[in-house]
Write a protein that binds this ligand. Sequence first.
Ligand code: S3P
Length: 184
Amino acid sequence: MRPRHLVLVGLMGSGKSTVARRLARNLGLVLVDLDARVEQCAGCTIATLFAQQGEAAFRDLESQMLTEALASAVPSVVATGGGVVVRPGNRDALTRSSRGRVVWLDAAPEVLATRVTGTAATRPLLADDPTAALTRLDAERRAWYDEVADLRIDTAGRSLDDVVDTVEAWWRAQCDQSQGGEAR
Ligand code: S3P
């Protein structure tokens, strides 16, 4: 079946939002940013949502936004939040969606920590020590990213252009392959 949504997963600092924006533009797809949708729906920032209602309330909205994004008929590039893989229901939705393809932007926690400098105020899970937080989250989530991903890209030492080009070429091949399959 021809894929409709290109979904990016990975830890905070992996470049999902930036890469998604570029891919959406190059591929002529709509950009869906799940964090932005959560904030829109909640009517406040993620930091405020965490502080006032707790992480579970954030995760509920995140699951709802993911379900809606995958169900949409509008072809899109979906930038997820780093914790989208935490809930088993989300992992199921990502692996079972025949219309979605998932790309994992991977990098070591030490590399990611250099990219999230100064963003702890907007990312409640980073706290005072981003390297320690990212190391813990990487250990918790690595197997889950692996479980949902159709493609893993190690972004360490690669330019943004290189990452975008690689995903773009892979996506085009996915679409071509499925077209061939449907024609037969
Ligand atoms: C989170 C990552 C954030 C955001 C929230 C929780 C996580 O998104 O969804 O702060 O659990 O890793 P980014 O990965 O886009 O920073």
